[in-house]
Design a protein around this ligand. Structure first.
Ligand code: GLC
Length: 550
């Protein structure tokens, strides 16, 4: 398995990245226009969320044909051109493989509906009466995970939207079909794959009611998941490709197995535990202030645990399903810039491969929508209804969506401060944030002290210093609820990374050895840390990295 410790991956949500043909939707040729920008940023791979043929009920995660490009995004020729030009510039394209389910518009599902037994076996159909779903499992987008098909007298499983039917991986034919898809894209010059919710593919033999939860414990990291991944990777010969699995509600033990090189499954995993620290009672739809002690413990657990087990982390804060991190854990006001840089630095110096989600590199924020009409995401629209049914007022429900909706990260990329933020000539499919005059690429490109310039430095540093890409990690200040700090060591060198999580000054212990350490990077202009009584005082949201001999 190849080593991706020096690489940095950029995630593109094509619909919101750049519109080249003036229809208000981003597209593949739009990405092509921005390749120089991405090259200059310094990233190695571009992960595109799905651009395959799709009814777009879940913005492309409902795939109707894995080998066709949806015309909303362009054509196969456009994608081929993008692959070629990106490769020329030294950046590989990664595609998003949605293999847990297909759209119900997929030919396989349509054949299943038409009564073809062979294709019914591609999915998870269960006999049953119309008033009694096979189990009480819940869809992750709200409501039952089962849908009844009257003409067949059967239910089918959908862990996500009703138009996203779960595939039956127990069926070897399904596994062969999916291998064919990987081979198809490999031939086109695709350099890596992201596997959507891939730890949910293996369902249990017996489907039973969940008396304590929503069913996830039966299919998360399911019985044959490792076996199936090994088979897929081996038979398609992608052992040395960059591969990342999106792991929903997973465990450390499983992620070690998914990503340890000798297992020959994936290069790395996304887990989401650190992004639930502001979920009250673990419920995404209940707001709470972030629990920073929990954040620290989770990073420690996953960083140290993955190192011990030789697993590899995908490092990230943002993606197309998460609200913007600066709105969530940082500040949108006075310390916007400082906090965006601190949050970036915190994960970029960790052990793993960093991901940057479009717009994160300029500190984009949540848009603060105030009306339900502004939302487009299926999950947000479903939960708005559920929240109202639960008795919330519409103002309360909107407040929750403004913090938690997936649309928070899907607003158009803010290229300039002009109309439609340089994203499109037309009205964008999703409303633009109203802070484009303050937050846009154009202004940050000219500014050495911008968030964008800071990201560029972080990427260069990872490529320069083995301490960052290879170093061992140890957490410091474990009892300090204001500061997250850690040490990286490699050969006889050490790096100390200090992050003030608060909007006020915070203090942390100073090790006397650090006196001779040099500052590597920070988000304040001070040359030396402010030290008194063997304590370092960190400015609001300060990020400070020191380097010296161990
Ligand atoms: C993943 C995707 C998300 C999608 C879901 C179902 O979590 O990131 O956007 O809705 O899978 O495919």
């Amino acid at each position: 398995m190849a080593d991706f410790s020096e690489k940095v991956i950029y995630q593109i949500y094509p619909k919101s990245f750049k519109d080249s043909n003036g229809d208000g939707l981003g597209d593949i040729l739009g990405i092509l226009e921005k390749l120089d920008y991405l090259k200059e940023l310094g990233v190695d791979y571009l992960w595109l969320t799905p651009v395959f043929l799709s009814p777009q009920k879940d913005n492309g995660y409902d795939v109707a044909d894995y080998r066709k490009i949806d015309s909303r995004f362009g054509s196969m020729e456009d994608l081929e051109k993008l692959i070629e030009k990106s490769n020329e510039k030294g950046m590989g394209i990664m595609l998003d493989m949605v293999f847990n389910h297909t759209s119900t518009a997929h030919e396989w599902f349509q054949k299943a509906l038409n009564g073809e037994r062979e294709y019914q076996d591609y999915y998870i159909f269960k006999e049953g009466s119309p008033d009694c779903p096979p189990t009480n499992w819940q869809s992750k987008f709200g409501g039952s995970a089962w849908e009844y098909v009257e003409s067949l007298g059967k239910w089918y499983l959908h862990l996500f939207d009703v138009t996203q039917a779960d595939l039956n991986w127990e069926n070897p034919k399904v596994r062969e079909e999916l291998k064919g898809v990987i081979r198809f894209w490999k031939e086109k010059g695709i350099k890596g794959f992201r596997f959507d919710v891939v730890n949910l593919i293996s369902k249990p033999e017996i489907f039973e009611n969940d008396t304590v939860g929503d069913g996830r414990r039966f299919y998360t990291d399911g019985p044959h998941v490792h076996e199936y991944l090994k088979e897929l990777v081996k038979d398609t010969e992608i052992e040395d490709f960059v591969t990342v699995g999106e792991m929903s509600s997973t465990s450390l033990e499983h992620c070690i197995r998914y990503s340890a090189p000798w297992e020959k499954e994936l290069s790395m995993c996304f887990n989401f535990h650190h992004l639930k620290i502001d979920y009250k009672n673990g419920n995404k739809w209940e707001l709470m202030e972030p629990d920073f002690m929990e954040l620290k413990q989770l990073f420690q657990k996953w960083q140290v645990g993955m190192e011990r087990g030789d697993g590899w982390n995908a490092l990230f804060w943002c993606n197309h399903d998460q609200p913007r991190i600066v709105s969530r854990l940082g500040s949108e006001g006075k310390y916007w810039k400082e906090s965006a840089k601190m949050l970036a630095g915190m994960i970029h110096f960790m052990r793993g491969t960093p991901y940057i989600y479009q717009g994160e590199e300029i500190g984009m924020t949540n848009p603060h929508y105030t009306s339900i009409e502004q939302y487009k995401d299926v999950e947000s629209l479903n939960y708005y209804k559920i929240l109202l049914q639960e008795g919330k007022t519409s103002a309360q429900a909107l407040k929750i969506l403004a913090a938690r909706s997936r649309d928070n990260s899907r607003t158009p990329m803010q290229w300039t401060d002009s109309k439609n933020c340089g994203f499109s000539q037309a009205e964008p499919w999703l409303s633009v944030s109203d802070n484009i005059s303050k937050i846009n690429v154009f202004s940050q490109q000219k500014d050495e002290s911008s968030i964008l310039s800071f990201y560029k430095k972080l990427i260069v540093l990872r490529k320069e210093k083995k301490l960052i890409s290879k170093g061992k990690i140890e957490f410091l200040e474990n009892e300090n609820k204001n500061v997250l700090a850690y040490k990286r060591t490699w050969a006889d060198k050490a790096l100390v990374v200090c992050c003030n999580l608060r909007e006020t000054e915070s203090r942390m212990d100073m090790d006397c050895r650090w006196k001779d350490y040099k500052k590597v990077i920070g988000n304040y202009n001070n040359e030396l840390p402010c030290v008194q009584d063997n304590k370092i005082t960190l400015q609001p949201y300060e990020f400070l990295v020191l380097e010296g001999n161990e």
